[in-house]
Design a protein around this ligand. Structure first.
Ligand SMILES: Nc1ncnc2c1ncn2[C@@H]1O[C@H](COP(=O)(O)OP(=O)(O)OP(=O)(O)O)[C@@H](O)[C@H]1O
Ligand SMILES: [Mg+2]
Length: 278
Protein backbone atom coordinates (compact mmCIF):
# COMPACT_ATOMS: atom_id res chain seq x y z
CA UNK A 1 0.00 0.00 0.00
CA UNK A 2 1.25 3.44 -0.80
CA UNK A 3 1.31 5.63 2.28
CA UNK A 4 0.11 8.71 0.44
CA UNK A 5 -2.89 6.84 -0.93
CA UNK A 6 -3.72 5.60 2.52
CA UNK A 7 -3.37 9.05 4.02
CA UNK A 8 -5.74 10.47 1.41
CA UNK A 9 -8.29 7.89 2.42
CA UNK A 10 -7.68 8.70 6.08
CA UNK A 11 -8.40 12.36 5.41
CA UNK A 12 -11.87 11.67 4.05
CA UNK A 13 -14.75 12.80 6.28
CA UNK A 14 -16.13 9.26 6.14
CA UNK A 15 -13.31 8.22 8.48
CA UNK A 16 -14.74 10.62 11.05
CA UNK A 17 -11.81 12.92 11.70
CA UNK A 18 -12.73 16.05 13.57
CA UNK A 19 -10.72 18.62 15.44
CA UNK A 20 -8.24 17.89 18.18
CA UNK A 21 -10.04 16.86 21.32
CA UNK A 22 -12.99 15.38 19.47
CA UNK A 23 -13.54 11.66 19.71
CA UNK A 24 -12.50 9.63 16.69
CA UNK A 25 -14.35 6.41 17.31
CA UNK A 26 -12.25 3.31 17.04
CA UNK A 27 -8.87 5.01 16.70
CA UNK A 28 -6.36 4.60 19.46
CA UNK A 29 -4.18 7.20 17.79
CA UNK A 30 -5.12 9.66 15.11
CA UNK A 31 -2.75 12.31 13.88
CA UNK A 32 -2.67 14.80 11.06
CA UNK A 33 0.31 16.70 9.72
CA UNK A 34 2.39 16.32 12.84
CA UNK A 35 5.59 18.36 12.73
CA UNK A 36 8.23 18.21 15.46
CA UNK A 37 11.12 20.66 15.43
CA UNK A 38 13.91 20.88 17.94
CA UNK A 39 15.68 24.19 18.39
CA UNK A 40 19.01 24.85 19.97
CA UNK A 41 21.27 27.88 19.89
CA UNK A 42 23.28 26.46 17.02
CA UNK A 43 20.70 24.72 14.85
CA UNK A 44 17.15 23.53 14.40
CA UNK A 45 16.22 19.97 13.49
CA UNK A 46 12.95 18.91 11.93
CA UNK A 47 12.60 15.46 13.44
CA UNK A 48 9.13 14.75 12.01
CA UNK A 49 7.48 16.43 9.06
CA UNK A 50 3.80 16.13 8.14
CA UNK A 51 3.10 12.77 9.73
CA UNK A 52 -0.52 11.62 9.35
CA UNK A 53 -1.67 8.28 10.64
CA UNK A 54 -4.63 6.38 12.06
CA UNK A 55 -4.02 3.46 14.39
CA UNK A 56 -7.22 1.50 15.08
CA UNK A 57 -7.78 0.53 18.67
CA UNK A 58 -6.35 -2.93 19.30
CA UNK A 59 -3.83 -2.84 16.46
CA UNK A 60 -0.26 -4.06 16.78
CA UNK A 61 1.69 -1.53 14.70
CA UNK A 62 5.41 -1.88 14.25
CA UNK A 63 7.63 1.08 13.32
CA UNK A 64 10.74 0.71 11.19
CA UNK A 65 13.10 3.33 9.86
CA UNK A 66 16.69 4.50 9.79
CA UNK A 67 18.33 5.92 12.85
CA UNK A 68 17.20 9.49 13.46
CA UNK A 69 13.97 9.25 11.43
CA UNK A 70 11.86 10.22 14.43
CA UNK A 71 10.53 6.90 15.76
CA UNK A 72 11.26 7.66 19.41
CA UNK A 73 10.15 11.25 18.94
CA UNK A 74 6.80 10.07 17.60
CA UNK A 75 6.27 7.76 20.59
CA UNK A 76 7.09 10.67 22.90
CA UNK A 77 4.45 12.78 21.19
CA UNK A 78 1.86 10.01 21.63
CA UNK A 79 2.84 9.66 25.32
CA UNK A 80 2.50 13.42 25.86
CA UNK A 81 6.16 13.67 26.78
CA UNK A 82 6.69 16.13 23.93
CA UNK A 83 4.20 18.50 22.30
CA UNK A 84 4.26 18.57 18.48
CA UNK A 85 5.36 21.89 16.94
CA UNK A 86 2.20 21.75 14.83
CA UNK A 87 -0.48 19.31 13.73
CA UNK A 88 -3.31 17.47 15.41
CA UNK A 89 -3.12 14.35 17.50
CA UNK A 90 -5.71 12.45 19.48
CA UNK A 91 -5.04 9.46 21.70
CA UNK A 92 -8.15 7.38 22.42
CA UNK A 93 -10.19 10.22 20.98
CA UNK A 94 -8.81 12.86 23.30
CA UNK A 95 -5.78 15.03 23.86
CA UNK A 96 -2.60 13.09 24.66
CA UNK A 97 -2.48 14.88 28.03
CA UNK A 98 -5.90 13.46 28.94
CA UNK A 99 -4.88 9.94 27.92
CA UNK A 100 -1.74 10.31 30.01
CA UNK A 101 -3.64 11.66 33.02
CA UNK A 102 -6.02 8.70 32.75
CA UNK A 103 -3.09 6.28 32.80
CA UNK A 104 -4.15 4.99 29.38
CA UNK A 105 -0.66 5.08 27.87
CA UNK A 106 2.40 3.18 29.07
CA UNK A 107 5.98 3.04 27.81
CA UNK A 108 8.57 0.26 27.66
CA UNK A 109 12.13 1.30 26.74
CA UNK A 110 15.19 -0.54 25.49
CA UNK A 111 16.66 -0.44 28.99
CA UNK A 112 14.36 -2.02 31.57
CA UNK A 113 15.46 0.68 34.08
CA UNK A 114 14.55 -1.30 37.18
CA UNK A 115 15.32 -0.13 40.70
CA UNK A 116 18.15 -2.46 41.81
CA UNK A 117 17.20 -2.30 45.49
CA UNK A 118 13.61 -3.39 44.86
CA UNK A 119 12.43 -6.93 44.18
CA UNK A 120 10.59 -7.93 41.01
CA UNK A 121 7.28 -7.52 42.81
CA UNK A 122 8.24 -4.14 44.24
CA UNK A 123 9.41 -2.92 40.84
CA UNK A 124 6.14 -3.93 39.21
CA UNK A 125 4.18 -2.24 41.98
CA UNK A 126 6.14 1.01 41.79
CA UNK A 127 3.61 2.86 39.57
CA UNK A 128 0.86 2.00 42.07
CA UNK A 129 2.90 3.49 44.89
CA UNK A 130 3.64 6.62 42.87
CA UNK A 131 -0.09 6.97 42.20
CA UNK A 132 -0.78 6.59 45.93
CA UNK A 133 -2.69 3.31 45.46
CA UNK A 134 -2.64 0.39 47.82
CA UNK A 135 -0.33 -2.36 46.57
CA UNK A 136 -2.10 -4.84 48.86
CA UNK A 137 -5.46 -4.22 47.19
CA UNK A 138 -3.88 -4.77 43.77
CA UNK A 139 -1.91 -7.87 44.72
CA UNK A 140 -4.22 -10.22 42.78
CA UNK A 141 -3.68 -8.12 39.69
CA UNK A 142 0.09 -8.07 40.26
CA UNK A 143 0.11 -11.86 40.51
CA UNK A 144 -1.93 -12.14 37.30
CA UNK A 145 0.65 -9.94 35.60
CA UNK A 146 3.49 -12.10 36.89
CA UNK A 147 1.73 -15.05 35.25
CA UNK A 148 1.12 -13.07 32.07
CA UNK A 149 4.81 -12.24 31.64
CA UNK A 150 6.00 -15.66 32.86
CA UNK A 151 7.68 -14.47 36.05
CA UNK A 152 5.64 -16.27 38.69
CA UNK A 153 8.13 -17.69 41.17
CA UNK A 154 10.62 -14.87 40.65
CA UNK A 155 8.67 -12.18 42.46
CA UNK A 156 11.17 -11.92 45.33
CA UNK A 157 14.28 -11.83 43.13
CA UNK A 158 16.31 -8.65 42.68
CA UNK A 159 17.13 -7.26 39.21
CA UNK A 160 20.79 -8.34 39.40
CA UNK A 161 19.61 -11.93 39.81
CA UNK A 162 17.65 -11.79 36.53
CA UNK A 163 18.62 -12.30 32.90
CA UNK A 164 18.16 -9.45 30.42
CA UNK A 165 15.00 -11.09 29.08
CA UNK A 166 13.55 -11.44 32.57
CA UNK A 167 14.30 -7.80 33.31
CA UNK A 168 12.38 -6.77 30.21
CA UNK A 169 9.47 -8.95 31.32
CA UNK A 170 9.45 -7.05 34.62
CA UNK A 171 9.38 -3.74 32.76
CA UNK A 172 6.46 -4.97 30.63
CA UNK A 173 4.55 -6.03 33.76
CA UNK A 174 5.33 -2.66 35.37
CA UNK A 175 3.98 -0.90 32.28
CA UNK A 176 0.78 -2.99 32.40
CA UNK A 177 0.04 -2.58 36.13
CA UNK A 178 -2.00 0.58 35.54
CA UNK A 179 -4.21 -1.14 32.92
CA UNK A 180 -3.17 1.05 29.97
CA UNK A 181 -4.98 0.80 26.65
CA UNK A 182 -1.99 1.87 24.58
CA UNK A 183 1.47 0.38 25.05
CA UNK A 184 4.45 2.14 23.47
CA UNK A 185 7.55 -0.01 23.10
CA UNK A 186 10.81 1.57 21.95
CA UNK A 187 13.26 -1.14 20.85
CA UNK A 188 12.43 -3.18 23.96
CA UNK A 189 14.25 -6.34 22.88
CA UNK A 190 17.15 -4.97 20.88
CA UNK A 191 19.73 -5.59 23.59
CA UNK A 192 18.79 -9.27 23.91
CA UNK A 193 20.26 -12.26 22.11
CA UNK A 194 18.27 -13.70 19.22
CA UNK A 195 16.88 -16.75 20.97
CA UNK A 196 15.58 -14.72 23.91
CA UNK A 197 14.27 -12.12 21.50
CA UNK A 198 12.36 -14.77 19.53
CA UNK A 199 10.78 -16.04 22.73
CA UNK A 200 9.79 -12.55 23.82
CA UNK A 201 8.39 -11.83 20.36
CA UNK A 202 6.01 -14.75 20.81
CA UNK A 203 5.20 -13.61 24.33
CA UNK A 204 4.44 -10.04 23.42
CA UNK A 205 2.04 -11.23 20.71
CA UNK A 206 0.37 -13.52 23.23
CA UNK A 207 0.14 -10.65 25.74
CA UNK A 208 -1.30 -8.43 23.01
CA UNK A 209 -3.98 -11.01 22.18
CA UNK A 210 -4.86 -11.56 25.84
CA UNK A 211 -4.99 -7.89 26.77
CA UNK A 212 -6.38 -6.45 23.49
CA UNK A 213 -4.01 -3.52 23.88
CA UNK A 214 -2.99 -1.20 21.09
CA UNK A 215 0.77 -1.59 20.70
CA UNK A 216 3.23 0.67 18.89
CA UNK A 217 6.51 -1.19 18.70
CA UNK A 218 9.73 0.40 17.41
CA UNK A 219 12.43 -1.89 16.09
CA UNK A 220 15.43 -1.89 13.77
CA UNK A 221 14.80 -5.51 12.85
CA UNK A 222 12.86 -6.13 9.64
CA UNK A 223 12.02 -9.64 10.87
CA UNK A 224 10.74 -8.45 14.21
CA UNK A 225 8.65 -5.74 12.57
CA UNK A 226 7.16 -8.18 10.08
CA UNK A 227 6.53 -10.96 12.59
CA UNK A 228 4.92 -8.83 15.28
CA UNK A 229 2.86 -6.28 13.43
CA UNK A 230 -0.53 -6.27 11.82
CA UNK A 231 0.92 -3.40 9.81
CA UNK A 232 4.43 -2.00 9.53
CA UNK A 233 4.90 1.76 9.44
CA UNK A 234 8.10 2.65 7.62
CA UNK A 235 9.49 6.13 8.26
CA UNK A 236 12.12 7.85 6.17
CA UNK A 237 14.68 10.26 7.60
CA UNK A 238 15.67 13.91 7.20
CA UNK A 239 13.00 14.81 8.03
CA UNK A 240 10.98 11.90 9.41
CA UNK A 241 8.04 11.16 7.13
CA UNK A 242 5.71 8.24 6.47
CA UNK A 243 7.44 6.29 3.71
CA UNK A 244 5.04 3.35 3.57
CA UNK A 245 2.43 1.51 5.60
CA UNK A 246 2.60 -2.18 4.82
CA UNK A 247 -0.08 -4.67 5.87
CA UNK A 248 1.32 -7.96 7.17
CA UNK A 249 -0.20 -10.93 5.33
CA UNK A 250 0.27 -13.38 8.19
CA UNK A 251 -2.53 -15.05 10.16
CA UNK A 252 -3.60 -13.70 13.55
CA UNK A 253 -2.31 -16.88 15.17
CA UNK A 254 1.41 -16.95 14.42
CA UNK A 255 4.35 -19.10 15.32
CA UNK A 256 7.95 -18.36 14.51
CA UNK A 257 7.76 -20.87 11.63
CA UNK A 258 5.67 -18.21 9.85
CA UNK A 259 9.00 -16.53 9.12
CA UNK A 260 9.80 -19.35 6.71
CA UNK A 261 6.67 -18.88 4.58
CA UNK A 262 6.85 -17.28 1.10
CA UNK A 263 4.53 -14.48 2.32
CA UNK A 264 6.90 -13.57 5.11
CA UNK A 265 10.00 -13.77 2.93
CA UNK A 266 8.49 -11.50 0.30
CA UNK A 267 7.25 -9.04 2.97
CA UNK A 268 10.75 -8.89 4.48
CA UNK A 269 12.22 -8.30 1.01
CA UNK A 270 9.74 -5.48 0.38
CA UNK A 271 10.55 -3.86 3.71
CA UNK A 272 14.27 -4.15 3.02
CA UNK A 273 13.90 -2.51 -0.40
CA UNK A 274 11.81 0.28 1.14
CA UNK A 275 14.34 0.84 3.92
CA UNK A 276 17.16 1.07 1.42
CA UNK A 277 15.50 4.10 -0.09
CA UNK A 278 14.72 5.84 3.20
N1 LIG B 1 15.73 16.48 22.60
C1 LIG B 1 16.21 16.66 21.37
N2 LIG B 1 16.83 17.80 21.02
C2 LIG B 1 17.31 18.01 19.78
N3 LIG B 1 17.18 17.11 18.78
C3 LIG B 1 16.57 15.96 19.06
C4 LIG B 1 16.06 15.65 20.36
N4 LIG B 1 15.49 14.42 20.33
C5 LIG B 1 15.65 13.96 19.08
N5 LIG B 1 16.29 14.88 18.31
C6 LIG B 1 16.62 14.74 16.90
O1 LIG B 1 15.44 14.36 16.22
C7 LIG B 1 15.72 13.38 15.23
C8 LIG B 1 14.90 12.13 15.51
O2 LIG B 1 15.38 11.52 16.69
P1 LIG B 1 14.75 10.18 17.26
O3 LIG B 1 15.45 9.88 18.53
O4 LIG B 1 13.28 10.31 17.30
O5 LIG B 1 15.14 9.13 16.13
P2 LIG B 1 14.93 7.56 16.10
O6 LIG B 1 14.23 7.24 14.81
O7 LIG B 1 14.29 7.08 17.35
O8 LIG B 1 16.45 7.04 16.01
P3 LIG B 1 17.09 5.67 16.58
O9 LIG B 1 16.66 4.59 15.65
O10 LIG B 1 18.56 5.94 16.50
O11 LIG B 1 16.62 5.47 17.98
C9 LIG B 1 17.22 13.17 15.24
O12 LIG B 1 17.80 14.01 14.27
C10 LIG B 1 17.63 13.63 16.63
O13 LIG B 1 18.94 14.13 16.64
MG1 LIG C 1 14.92 5.88 18.92
Amino acid sequence: MNADTDMTAAHSPARGLRGAGDAVTGHAISCRDIVVRFFSERRSVTAISGLSLDVPEGEFLTLLGPSGCGKSTFLRVVADLLPPSSGLITVLGDKPSRARANGDVAFVFQDAALMPWRTVLQNIELPLEIAGKSTREHRVRTMELLDLVGLRGSENAYPNELSGGMRQRVSIARALIGNPRVLLMDEPFSALDEIVRDRLNDEIRRIWKETKLTILFVTHSIYEAAYLGERVLVLSANPGRVRDIVPVPLPYERTLEARETPEFVSLAARLRRTLETC
